[in-house]
Design a protein around this ligand. Sequence first.
Ligand SMILES: C[S@@+](CC[C@H](N)C(=O)[O-])C[C@H]1O[C@@H](n2cnc3c(N)ncnc32)[C@H](O)[C@@H]1O
Length: 229
Amino acid sequence: MGRDRLAFFRQVREHYHTTGAIAPSSRFLARAQTGPLVALKSRSQHPIRVLEVGPGTGAVTRRIVDLLEPGDRFDLVEINQAFADVLESRFLDDPPFARMSDSSRIHAIPLQDYTAEEPYDIIISGLPMNNFSQQLVAELFDAYFRLLSPEGTLSYFEYMFMRPLRKAVSGRDDRERVNQIETIMRKHRRQRKSRTSWVLANLPPAWVQHLSGVISDPIRSPDPSETRP
Ligand SMILES: C[S@@+](CC[C@H](N)C(=O)[O-])C[C@H]1O[C@@H](n2cnc3c(N)ncnc32)[C@H](O)[C@@H]1O
């Protein structure tokens, strides 16, 4: 665990823009992100397909491999080769990971370039959207819903109140960028069935947003006065 934290902090220092966190997810946040996976495993009789986006050193991956069985399919998409290398070695010699190694594959590429032969039942993502341009955020959300089955669930986390905080301390251009990111994310949440889990036991505390793969309300436009997360 200590070795993973060290590897994580080294990448935070060198690649803050894409890492966007001060610590790996806590086990409480990992648990909240995998809620829909637990529910699906309890009712599905068939092998399932899971995609993890931005696994980092594997704080959430550890919980995912515990929940899956070797017949399931698990893909991990990670932009940072150093993180992908840490995970590769995990799947070789860490027993809970090694149990799933034949059914898992790490793809060291950006999500926006990733394609899959079949859609996923579950996507779990830890991307630091608030660090990105509005164009990239739109592209990443398009990628999520291109890869997710209509019956599937996307779960992603974001740190609580990060956007208002960021807007309070940044200049006009950055405020405008953050506003546009908020609009994109809110539009997706409002168009689909969605729910929010609150996780206070994390550094910083976080919300996990769970969104369904299918659009249920295509014509509703975002309401800028809405204040829920
Ligand atoms: C906030 S860290 C989350 C790490 C881990 N999931 C956790 O919860 O501790 C964000 C991760 O997303 C990865 N990442 C950033 N942009 C990405 C992209 N476009 N495609 C795939 N991975 C990306 C980073 O390299 C990093 O591993």
